[in-house]
Design a protein around this ligand. Structure first.
Ligand code: BGC
Length: 419
């Protein structure tokens, strides 16, 4: 018989009450303020040098979406009035069984030469501006100049941190005979998501990624001479009620102490949290020994397993479990998912309280990423948490999926740079 009291002990630390969520939102808002004022803050609050688009940006642009272990090159046509089309695109992994451009044994030049040759596969002969979505914390001095502060999402390629990303890309394009493809803008994927949503919806002022990584950008109305999209790098927020499992995951990670919100929220880490919890449950006699080698391998349990568990699909982790044990595991998986969506919603509420404390204007939160798009119940939990926090004002707030925002947004940014 399962020890229900002990099971509750495992579950309890993952439960967030409305008061706790409100407290996190308040802390988040304070961190935003500190970051904007240049004080020490877990939020980098990086200026993008871009405001919202008008929706009338037009023309053909190349786009590069570099956000993790896959890259995407696109040829995009912007038609104005919020309309666009992807004319050509090419997806390529940076890591396969025969090569790994994300490893520290690879140089920046090798990585960007590979990226440039991928762009070359779909680039037309005509001269075109290129927008580059580079989804890592980067310090910008203008719309086309970004310096990588630090890799996240466990990328390790040597020589990219502290380097000028646009220069690395431009030089690689020239080396590959693609001098006619000229980088014109570099943005974060959260900014790209926001730009794409705002291209057709003027109420869009928050853009977020809930996928392998996690981060949010918003349109800052007050702190710059004109409204500006700020990449918060909110994945690094750290005023959180973390559990012993979060602490263990952090200690074992590439960069302990960094990206604590991302480590408790994003798809890159939810499976690993689940693996750590399953092993602790086995150790405490809550689950029988499960014959799955991957339980001993860091990162071998993935967010997909979390979804499969919740959908009650049979996987190697559940074959020896009784119905009751399987249900207890599903409850843990559901709690991890719920906490992720609630923490994300808390940060959205913190932003809303900063940009419009009385929620008097319309706001749209545009969200992309596999968790938001594919994980059953994820989008609904964000919506329900925001409804709980905003009360009646929720009528002026909407949330919604925006697909391919990082690719299209790069093209929009390139068009805005032209102006
Ligand atoms: C990066 C952000 C990015 C997010 C989503 C994080 O790891 O630091 O820049 O926006 O992932 O891709």
């Amino acid at each position: 018989m399962l020890d229900t009291a002990l099971l509750k002990e495992f579950q309890q630390p993952f439960l967030l009450s409305t008061d706790m969520i409100k407290h996190i939102a308040v802390q988040f808002r304070k961190a935003m303020y500190a970051g904007l004022c240049g004080k020490t803050s877990p939020l980098k609050m990086l200026p993008s040098f871009l405001a919202a688009p008008t929706g009338q940006e037009k023309g053909a642009y190349m786009a590069l979406d570099f956000g993790g272990t896959n890259i995407r090159a696109l040829l995009v046509e912007l038609y104005g009035n919020g309309h666009y089309a992807v004319i050509r695109q090419r997806h390529t992994p940076l890591k396969t069984s025969s090569y790994d451009y994300t490893a520290d044994s690879v140089s920046a030049e090798e990585l960007f030469d590979f990226i440039a040759s991928e762009i070359g596969q779909i680039a037309p002969a005509a001269a075109l501006s290129l927008g580059h979505t580079f989804s890592f914390p980067s310090y910008q001095t203008n719309i086309n100049n970004a310096k990588l502060i630090t890799w996240t999402k466990e990328l390790k390629t040597t020589g990219v941190e502290n380097a000028n990303i646009t220069q690395l890309l431009s030089e690689a394009l020239i080396r590959r005979g693609l001098a006619h493809i000229r980088p014109a803008a570099v943005i974060n994927d959260t900014a790209g998501t926001l730009l794409t949503a705002a291209y057709s919806n003027p109420a869009a002022d928050i853009g977020s990624i809930c996928g392998t990584g996690h981060n949010t950008a918003y349109l800052e109305p007050w702190y710059h001479s004109t409204p500006m999209i700020i990449n918060m790098e909110s994945g690094n927020f750290d005023k959180l009620p973390l559990t012993i499992f979060d602490a263990k995951l952090d200690t074992n990670s590439e960069k302990p102490g960094q990206q604590l919100l991302e480590k408790s929220v994003s798809g890159r880490y939810l499976g690993e949290l689940l693996r750590l919890i399953i092993n602790a449950m086995i150790k405490n006699g809550l689950l029988p020994a499960i014959e799955a080698k991957r339980l001993n391998i860091p990162d071998a349990v993935t967010t997909k397993d979390l979804s499969l568990l919740m959908a009650d699909s049979v996987i190697d982790l559940t074959t020896v479990l009784t119905l009751y044990e399987r249900t207890s595991l599903q409850q843990i998986a559901a709690l991890l998912q719920k906490r992720s969506a609630q923490l994300t919603a808390a940060t959205f509420y913190g932003i809303l309280c900063h940009i419009d404390p009385k929620l008097e204007r319309r706001h749209h939160i545009a969200i992309d990423g596999s968790l938001y798009e594919k994980m059953p119940g994820y989008a609904q939990t964000i919506q329900a948490t925001l409804t709980d926090l905003c009360g009646k004002s929720m009528t002026s707030l909407s949330t919604g999926l925006i697909k391919n925002g990082s690719g299209i947004g790069a093209a929009i940014a390139a068009a805005m740079a032209k102006k």
